[in-house]
Design a protein around this ligand. Sequence first.
Ligand code: ADP
Length: 657
Amino acid sequence: MAKETHEFQAETKQLLDLMVHSIYTNQEIFLRELISNASDAIDKAHFESLTDRAILEGDEDFEIFLVPDKESHTLTISDNGIGMTKDEVIENIGTIAKSGTRAFLEKLKEAKEDGGAISDKDMIGQFGVGFYSAFMVSEKVVILSRKAGETEAVRWESDGSGTFTIEPGEKENRGTTITLYLAKEFYGSEAGTDFCDQYTLQRLIKKYSDYVRYPIRMNFETEELPRDKDGKVIEGAKPEKKVELKTLNSMQPLWTRDKKDITSEEYNEFYKNQFHEWEDPMDVFHTKAEGTVEYTALMYIPGSAPFNLYHQDFEPGLQLYSRHVFIMEKCKDLLPDYLRFVKGLVDSPDLSLNISRELLQQSRELKVIGKNLEKNILKTLAKAMKDDREHYEKFWDAFGKSLKIGIYGSIYGGNDTKDKLKDLILFKTSKEKKLVSLKEYVERMPLSQKKIYYATGKDEAIIDALPQMELLREKGIEVLYLTDTVDEFTIESLHEYDSKHFQSISRGDLDLGDAESEQEKKETEKVAKESGDLLKDIKETLGDKVAEVKLSNRLKTSAVCLVADEQGPSLSMEQTFAEMDGPNMFKAKRILELNPHHDLFQRLTKLHEAGKDGQDFKDYCDLLYTQALLIEGILPENPVDFANKVAKLMAEANPAQ
Ligand code: ADP
């Protein structure tokens, strides 16, 4: 066979051109691609040897070997895999057959047909393009290959500019040797990344190919100072070069091992190494599936929530592997956002290495895997809640907020998230100050109670002190304590649980449902009728500050409270909105409620009788309103005015009486 020159297939040329001339942001991945090819080739040799042992020619020590050569600026990657015949080299290396590459070129064509300028930089970075990626870092590539079981070897050479040559070659052992003549940006101390540097190679193999099943070996050069017989460094002696054969990869991916053989230390160590964590994880999920889509997942719930979990700069996502070869660091499309805290990886032979992020998003396999993982995690959490409550509450303390945000977020994305999560949420309540699920709350509700009551406040003590709590406490009605800003939004998004509506103790009608309350309601209505003018005039005095003034059914010893109506946002929601968007975005409809049984009410009636335009009546109205604001934790618009009015009142009061 003489030396032949071939043209690359048109599309290949196009691709090579892009490879050579584009600024690929992540050139180092060429190593991953070539090692992955080498590993596949060994897989094939191994597979064939099962039926035809002779093809191994006695060489059963499978390996991938790297030789960086600083003199000739080359990097050689050899494998003793299946190798290629001449025809196979032409077929495999000269044409584009793989789906990922084809999809890439189709996109390219589409973009061209649309007349749009294509940004090579944007597009090419999204694709892994196998062997051709070698041209990103090389000005010339030589392949020397001998097919297992054949005697003739073949030598292929190309500078990536449109043609390649092919000729017979000499090769003692089977397999493929790829020699990259590195472009000058990629070797020597001036290089951004020096691919002749043994430490760089070691790092890249660890990063991308640590779990390749075959050893990736390299002769590692070190310098050592000579020592005498006693092991002491000989003074003045020159360092000696030492060469040590090193295996750069660990080969055994933890997740491929049998669950029952893995200790929790091993799981924890792997977690800390792999995800750069310091603390042991709270939980480990290790699952294998062999259905329509085959995969292994190893996921962790971290020991505590990262400080930036809810910040924009937090990047959720699981690592992706295909046949133990690393594809992607943070695949966001696997788990729903409410599980953003989960760390881990998925390894599936059904995912292609050469897949873009866009294609990945549409990947059916990925969807199936994601759904299963979500189900799996939710099932485990539900089980923990039932069987190991203490552990679940620890989880809840760290990550409960994520689930609550998930429910709130579901108002944009359908109901199924709500259904999935509603039984996993916990709140403290007025009964025991212990965390209670909605199910537990509903199960112990008295028959007469129709609604699930909740109160909002910065902490439990503040809620306990709310005047609105008094009546419910007296009647022994359990109230959920919503102390996190997201809580009320979550509850409002749920709307109901087990057909029972949620009712804020600070909004609308409490609707307690018992006979005694009904009776009290009637009496209050009667007093309200008699005091109609008083209520009207208080409203008039306060103007726009309140939407309504009415007599309260919810107060016992307190004189006054502020509530919001049923429809609009609550007062605490108003505060949250104000913190986010600045004031006046969403205003609660404020209703001032007065306790008709309080002495102050009698006093107010008297002042009113003396004249609704009297300064005292006006000051009283204002002070009542401001008190109600303060109880809700809202600062009055004019604190000085409030203080002055109180001071005046105190000065006028006669303590001796
Ligand atoms: P992919 O690896 O995705 O198939 P590549 O462009 O990387 O795409 O490689 C094309 C083909 O060339 C491979 O499918 C394989 O048949 C062959 N090939 C590449 N590298 C080797 C190798 N080291 N040994 C044997 N065959 C190889």
